[in-house]
Design a protein. Sequence first.
Length: 328
Amino acid sequence: MTSGTAGPSRNRLAAWSAQYSAHFARSELFSTDLGGFDARMQVGSLGVLRFARVVCVGTAVDRMPTPDARESGSGYTLIVQLEGRGNLSQYGQRADLAPGDLALCDNCAPHKHRIESGSTLLLVRVPARALRQHLPSPEHFCGRRLAAGTGMADVAASLIRNFCAQARAELPVAAQECLSRQVLETLALAFSMAFSQLTATASTSGGRYARARLFIEQHLGDPELGPHSIAAALNVSARYLRMIFAREGECISSYVLRRRLEETARQLADPRWRSRSICEIAFNWGFNSAPHFSRSFREQYGMPPREYRARQAATDGNLQPDPLAAAV
């Protein structure tokens, strides 16, 4: 099935967002330059997998989950960059994608996916349960770039391109299940080989670390978020939770603070939030003291938040400067 847009640019953007959300995953698109926006999408399925081939021309866009995206079901999206460039930001990681690169996204956690002008990409949506049968702790790999030419990356990308074409064909159910398993097995092998160190940590404690990060991402705006509330949600002790994060080289309080600062900086750089006060944005991300926020922000970004926002406003000719680019 092919989906396209027509009419005024602003209407095309809204229509394409609705089509994408209906056929693939609930998302919204944003662009500061609507004049040349256009996009095409072909969708299909293969067993448990859902494919979308997206062509974006005319301008760069940002794709972000809608507030109710988590209600649509647990799953992951694999991004295969075919032409042009883009980037995925999630869990404080940033994957800058060039042709042939792959990246994995946790649909249940906040993220931002930017699609550059003139890009063509494949999106493969995988149910969480199906992916975990082949890749036990996929959260470890989200937001990381699997570069073309690395290990099995090219094999995985080629296989997915070929199977995407089959996703629009009428195949027997047994054949679809067989092919989808091949995709997942090859994908798991490609990520495991490229990130062997992460795979080695995907033990019981590694799984709890991933679940802790997911809980943090989903509750960053809660001012009560801290080691004790996170430990209680995971049914572990705060001491054990601190030990898990210490193994990763960052204490849990520092991780929470860093992620809050990154998300606050992202909104300070976002033209859509220009009418909101700095304190309002900071408090929405869980800060409850303006002096503490200002001091922490200066230490992280080397300037006060007001100056940071002014500098980003001066670059509005570009689409949404991303503070994660400097923070990672």
